[in-house]
Design a protein around this ligand. Structure first.
Ligand code: MSP
Length: 549
């Protein structure tokens, strides 16, 4: 039923599915938290394609390269800002390649197409009088690239002495007085409230409530500054008719989502299937206000629709503490062994609503027990020459499953719908958990069927075939379902089982017996030894010894 609806909607839906990640600051190398945002968005777009084979997906990511933060980081690295940004932006691209983040567009805010979009957007706001010039004084946080209201700052005593900080982010703020362009945010309070009351527009609901509470509690909802003096922030897009001013980095950055659609070029937007409004912005909880208040207000002022939905995720901590460059505890994904396993753990462990904690021990345990043992070993044993010397998915000679398989077959029957709902609710951990439970049942069924004993008795060949058939069919189904989470590992499994590329969709999930009953023909599988995922050993020497054994 769910699948029929989804196929129907794909036939009707001509416009692309447009999903985005935030664009990443290039002031430091990517860490685990950055990777997480991108992997979440990637898993969602893969799931959409899995359930809608003809869907055209636009999946954008990129780098946010302007502003004081970047200016300072380039100076520290003793590099011209442009070169510094090239290097860091490349690091993100390399990271996404290693972790199978299959974006369709990588946008950089230093590109001409983006500057054109920002200038056009600015002009529209200015022409319609949503932007005006004024003197501004307030506490500014370079780290957050935002002015912080007085009431949300406090004085802190640090080794550097007394400093003023933002209560929300903990970052230092500086008193700043300057002439700025201001955006009439105050004009949009009611419109924003109405938009934020739309069911499911921000997920999880807890973040939608947070924004609504923020709006209703702020009796004072001021306009915001959207430019900085160019003499102070020179690494930025200049206001086109006033080169004493640089455009505020957040306005610059948010417009990236329009740049990708071809904005402001009508022909290009049309050729891309008019992807706006974006179907989904995936963002971390720290940038909720920018995406849930500023961005929709900017769009409303420019007479564009706000995005259809924001998916907000919580943060990764490390060994129980906040991950931060200054604490020196950031986890660099490049240095973690086994990228496939790291991607798996990120999606398998985290919930959107609450922070998740990374520890190396937990990572290794999950990778070894679930990828190497539960999944990898099952495939290796059921495909290996000891039990399956003919190298095939053997036939199923009966319509009556063996009694030992009843619980497994029932669970397998329910699995696609269960996982469909979990994926649709962005609850990857629940989808993976359901699959792992079925794989545990499969391992139990396999063990209790004692295929090694059936193998010894030629008269039991049919029974052995049934055990192998059910096991390999379960593996096929679980691998199809897990594709959004571990694309490369599931590809290896489906290649091993010689499942054709066009039969790896959600509508291919019914078990053979529910379509065909008894099956007489065997199907070949790929020959050769199969190791899905070599166990990780904490002790590197041990790892090498095992790998060369
Ligand atoms: N440049 C802005 C976004 C502009 S989008 C128009 C920015 N960049 S960022 O590099 O600081 O953050 C990018 C993403 O990484 C955000 O979604 C942020 O929440 C996420 N993460 C950064 N640290 C994180 C964790 N420790 N855990 C999970 N994600 C976190 O903000």
């Amino acid at each position: 039923m769910r699948l029929t609806l989804s196929l129907l909607s794909s036939a009707i839906q001509k416009r692309p599915f447009y999903i985005t990640t935030p664009i990443f600051y290039v002031n430091a190398a990517p860490h685990l938290g950055h990777l997480y945002t991108a992997v979440v968005a990637d898993a969602i777009q893969r799931f959409e394609k899995l359930t809608n084979p003809h869907l055209n997906v636009i999946f954008s990511t990129g780098t946010d390269e302007h502003g004081t933060k970047i200016q300072q980081a380039a100076a520290k690295a003793k590099l011209p800002p442009a070169q510094y940004c090239d290097n860091l932006s490349r690091e993100y691209r390399d990271l996404f390649k290693d972790f199978e983040v299959q974006y369709t567009d990588f946008v950089r805010t230093t590109e001409d197409r983006h500057k054109k979009a920002v200038n056009h957007f600015w002009r529209k706001l200015k022409d319609d009088d949503y932007i005006y010039k004024a003197k501004y004084a307030g506490w500014y946080s370079v780290n957050d690239e935002a002015f912080v209201p007085e009431a949300q700052t406090r004085t802190d005593i640090t080794p550097e002495g007394k400093i003023r900080i933002s209560v929300e982010s903990g970052h230092k703020v500086e008193w700043t007085e300057e002439t700025n362009y201001m955006f009439r945010l105050s004009a949009f309070k009611t419109h924003l409230q109405r938009w934020l009351e739309t069911d499911g527009v921000i997920q999880p609901a807890k973040f939608q409530r947070q924004l609504l509470e923020y709006l209703s509690s702020e009796t004072y909802f001021p306009d915001i500054s959207v430019s900085r003096p160019a003499e102070r922030v020179h690494w930025a897009i200049r206001v086109s008719d006033d080169d004493t001013q640089s455009i505020y980095v957040w306005l610059d950055a948010l417009v990236n989502y329009l740049t990708v659609t071809g904005y402001p070029d009508e022909d290009v937007m049309k050729s891309r299937g008019r992807p706006w409004p974006a179907d989904l912005h995936v963002v971390g909880k720290d940038i909720l206000k920018f995406h849930g208040i500023y961005w929709p207000a900017f769009l409303m002022a420019a007479r564009w629709h706000p995005p259809r939905r924001l998916l907000v995720h919580s943060h990764w901590t490390v060994d129980g503490g906040k991950m931060s460059k200054s604490l020196g505890n950031t986890v660099c994904p490049k240095t973690v062994p086994a990228p496939h396993a790291l991607r798996y753990m990120l999606l398998r462990e985290a919930t959107m609503a609450d922070d998740a904690n990374y520890s190396e021990t937990k990572f290794i345990n999950i990778a070894n027990s679930e990828l190497a043992d539960t999944l990898g070993n099952l495939v290796a044993r059921s495909c290996g020459t000891v039990l399956n010397p003919r190298g095939e998915r053997p036939p199923l000679h009966t319509c009556t499953p063996p009694p030992g398989a009843t619980q497994l077959l029932d669970a397998l029957q329910r699995l696609p719908d269960t996982c469909y709902d979990h994926y649709k609710n962005y609850q990857f951990y629940k989808a993976v958990d359901a699959v792992i439970k079925v794989l545990h049942l499969t391992n139990g069924f396999f063990e209790s069927s004692k295929p090694w004993e059936l193998k010894k008795r030629p008269e039991c060949q049919k029974d052995l075939d049934i055990v192998l058939h059910i096991t390999l069919e379960t593996v096929r189904i679980c691998a199809i379902i897990l594709q959004p989470v571990i694309p490369e590992l599931t590809k290896r499994i489906l290649d091993k089982l010689m499942v054709p590329e066009d039969s790896r969709y959600w509508h291919n999930l019914q078990p053979t017996w529910s379509i065909n009953g008894a099956i007489v023909e065997a199907k070949n599988i790929e020959g050769g030894k199969f190791v899905l995922f070599p166990r990780i050993y904490k002790d590197k020497k041990n790892q090498q010894k095992k790998a060369t054994a």
